[in-house]
Design a protein around this ligand. Structure first.
Ligand SMILES: Cc1ncc(COP(=O)(O)O)c(C=O)c1O
Length: 371
């Protein structure tokens, strides 16, 4: 078939190319990791990988796949045990595993909000949160990033059940949401707060229980989303909250019901990753030390988390800077528009427990040289 036939595909691709933001899949090995979400190095931890293999052998033979929806043949016993453990860890009545953080946010938000309700989400929230809002039949509006006055202005006019959605640590800027103040506003207007802990799961809180548990805010939050593909080094996610919320999602969350469950091996991997973290509290400590070290080296580093944005306006400029760093052996990725707003293109530096001080110094020197 000639490519002419697919001009409806080639035209947008050409536009992307001319705007300098055509994406291509790339494999990078052998560079210093300043780009992955593997904040604690668990995805590459051979000791953890051995524990997962041993566990799989011990519990096996395991089915190779989930075999069906959780509501049909896919609800193997390992799910039940893991969800119980996650509920205890996250200090919730219940936890429900989803195949990814993307699926969890999308399915949760689309399921709980009905026609006549209102969803208010931070303008910098992850796209899966926005998609959840768009998929629901509720009215949805963004509010200015971390802007409580704008949120309150919208809360005053919101109709029906009102859901406010934010993240503890924002994925592109690495800044925290003012959760306590947002909760107070939600309580004032009777709104339900949903918080995505994607970039704080594993990094904060005892045993990796996240920011909300660490700050004792969890009980006031309607629904929490934890993901396991970032600091936990594995895959999947869960929603934690009241048992009524979990029962509701089992019945109404389409992204939970109409999909094949994760294979038992994935469930055991999540379980083992949390066991491992419980025995290795030095990993988050090391990460926090590395964040402090980076901040001591880079004047004006604003973020206090493992995500450090360095603004380099313009797609071409951001790509060129990332390529120059790559030449020096440093894996730093550019974040281009339209992923971020035009003019706010940046390098998104991810810091890890496994980064050495010498790697971090090398990165900081290179950034300084590039001005
Ligand atoms: C804030 C946030 N939420 C959710 C997700 C999606 O999680 P997952 O990668 O598990 O699908 C991401 C991933 O990039 C994220 O940054």
């Amino acid at each position: 078939m000639s490519s002419e036939k697919y001009s409806f595909l080639s035209r947008p691709l050409e536009t992307r190319k001319s705007e300098g933001n055509l994406r291509k899949l790339d494999t990078v090995t052998g560079l210093s990791d300043f780009s992955s979400n593997d904040y604690l190095g668990l995805s590459r931890d051979l000791a953890l990988s051995e524990k997962i293999m041993e566990r799989a052998l011990r519990e096996g033979p395991l089915a190779n796949g989930g075999t069906g929806s959780r509501l049909l043949s896919g609800n193997h016993r390992h799910y039940v045990a893991l969800e119980k453990k996650l509920a205890t860890l996250f200090q919730a009545e219940g936890s429900l595993v989803f195949n990814s953080g993307y699926a969890a946010n999308q399915a949760l938000i689309a399921a709980v909000a009905q026609k006549g309700d209102t969803i208010l989400y931070d303008q910098l929230a992850h796209v899966c949160i926005k998609e959840g809002a768009w998929l629901s039949k509720a009215d949805s509006f963004s509010y200015l990033h971390n802007n409580l006055a704008d949120l309150e202005r919208r809360l005053i006019h919101a109709q029906g059940n009102v859901f406010v959605v934010t993240e503890t640590v924002f994925s592109m800027d690495g800044d925290f949401a003012p959760i306590d103040e947002t909760l107070s506003l939600c309580e004032k207007y009777g709104a339900h707060l949903i918080v995505d802990e994607a970039h704080s799961t594993g990094v904060y809180g005892h045993g990796g229980s996240g920011w909300l548990v660490q700050e004792a805010l969890h009980d006031r939050v309607f629904a929490r989303v934890y993901t396991f593909g970032k600091a936990m080094g594995v895959h999947g996610a869960c929603v934690s909250g009241s048992q009524r919320l979990i029962d509701y999602l089992v019945n109404f969350a389409r992204g939970f019901i109409y999909t094949t469950s994760l294979p038992p091996h994935s469930i055991l991997s999540i379980d083992e990753a949390f066991n491992y973290l419980a025995d290795h509290s030095e990993l988050p400590e090391k990460l926090h030390q590395n964040i402090a070290f980076f901040r001591s080296q880079v004047a004006g580093a604003g973020s206090q988390t493992s995500i450090q944005p360095i603004m380099v306006a313009g797609n071409d400029q951001a790509k060129a800077t990332a390529n120059a760093l790559k030449e020096k052996g440093l894996d730093v990725r550019p974040i281009l528009s339209p992923t971020v707003k035009r003019g706010t293109e940046r390098l998104r530096i991810s810091l890890h427990a496994h980064n050495t001080h010498s790697e971090i110094r090398q990165l900081c020197n290179a950034l300084e040289q590039m001005g």
